[in-house]
Design a protein around this ligand. Sequence first.
Ligand SMILES: NC(=O)c1ccc[n+]([C@@H]2O[C@H](COP(=O)([O-])OP(=O)(O)OC[C@H]3O[C@@H](n4cnc5c(N)ncnc54)[C@H](O)[C@@H]3O)[C@@H](O)[C@H]2O)c1
Length: 255
Amino acid sequence: MSRLENKVALITGAASGIGHATARRFAEEGATVIGFDLNAAGEHWQDVVSLAVGSEFVTGDVTREADVVSTVEGVSKAHGRIDILVNAAGVSSYGDTTDVEEDEWDRVMNINLKGSFLFAKHAARVMLAQGSGSIVHIASVEGLLGLNGQISYGTSKGAVIQMTRNMAADFAKRGIRVNCVCPGAIETPLTAVLQDESMKPIKDQMVSAHLLGRFGEAIEIANAILFLASDEASFVTGHPLVVDGGWTAGSVLSV
Ligand SMILES: NC(=O)c1ccc[n+]([C@@H]2O[C@H](COP(=O)([O-])OP(=O)(O)OC[C@H]3O[C@@H](n4cnc5c(N)ncnc54)[C@H](O)[C@@H]3O)[C@@H](O)[C@H]2O)c1
């Protein structure tokens, strides 16, 4: 039996990386998937549609409440319910406390934090009416660790972890579970900047920070999101699931 049979899942950031891998994985497990992204889906969305008939793609901006409301209303009208929300839209940002301009701080907080809040706010209203639902945000190990040069990104991800706990408490008695995943470094377009030869020293340090000695793949995060989103995680709420190849577990000393 498919793990998401008869479920309707709304996934932001679905045009790329972790969001797209999750859409594909959910479609394999029988969900009807509605992808949402600033960018058009591209040809690879056909994978999702061919696996899960009825899946659709909507373009919009997670920071615009009007886009969020019209998408949630459209899904609710077309499919009658929203069982799962995955908030995978996000952006990276570099710069330390004295470098980051106000506009950049606002951009990162708006996309990484406010966008996830807005989608959860409106999707949860549908979930409350139906009496069930599962929300998964994407935080980061950078919400757990303080890395230099990551003030806005790390702060946004720390806030996503706390928002997960607050939302879990808001909805605990009303049938909705809220969790997040905290990925380590994952091979997606978001980290493609590290492919540049000039970034090799940083990338090498990041690779060795993971006990497993490599970056993760988007599918490895999608599998963790699938668990949290599915009924298999029925006793899990308010939890930041760390999927980081051991980055936060410790370090290996050379002997
Ligand atoms: N790749 C990593 O190493 C890593 C590690 C930890 C956490 N994350 C988080 O995982 C999530 C997905 O990242 P990814 O690696 O798949 O990146 P990605 O760049 O491949 O995908 C992010 C998607 O979000 C979309 N997006 C950006 N701003 C948007 C907006 N305003 N409205 C709608 N869509 C918007 C982009 O168009 C893109 O398709 C992000 O929240 C990211 O912070 C990534």
